[in-house]
Design a protein around this ligand. Sequence first.
Ligand SMILES: [Zn+2]
Length: 258
Amino acid sequence: MRNPFNKINDSKNSTTSEAAVDTPTRAGRTGRILGMSAVLSVGLMAVSTSTPAMAVESSTEQTQEKALDTTIERASQTVTIDASAVTASIERDSYSVGELAAAVPAVAAVEAPAPEPAPAPAPEWVLPVTGNISSPYGPRANKPVPGVGAFHYGIDLAGPSGTPIQAVASGTVVAAGVLGTYGNWVLIDHGNGVQTGYAHSSAIVVSVGQVVSAGETVALRGSTGASTGPHLHFEVRVNGDRIDPAPFMADRGVTLGQ
Ligand SMILES: [Zn+2]
């Protein structure tokens, strides 16, 4: 980076050389233009006195430094002498800061309202229980136990006994008790002609008329009724017809058998 002082010096040297060349020429030709000569003389004087002028500037800087020192001294004197004034100043500052802090949220709220994170919506349909599909919906080649029909009107989800069985959607309990080969049986009405049933549980934890939400425990997996092992017999009824629960639940984002 070029030193600015060098630039200033170059400029002054250039001015000096031009004046040295021009002055004798113009003075020789037009001695009658006294005014111009006077101006040039003044210009030369200004150039010749440039060095003393810098000295003056230097002394001016020193004077300013002194003045600054004086100001600092005066300021420190003020702080030392007038303690009440300092206290008042601090109080004003703290008041100003408090006022600013209060104003910032208001301005931020107006200019850039913080986007509210959307709360995760509660799932409308959930898995009734984990477990492997031990028997799918449809015709069965062999009856697992006597008394069980040749056509399987639900899906069996096998797994440990006692595992909580959840309502797959919100609804109202319309049946809760022992029902023949179903053993402990819970039926939930979800409205719009849709009902879900839960059979063979070891225990029922809801009662008829109870309103449940999706994911709420309604029973515990067991092997009551016509059953050879702990599993949930899960049914879906639409307008009274027992349909295949797998595609019905898949359409609602739930994959049975996991
Ligand atoms: Zn079954």
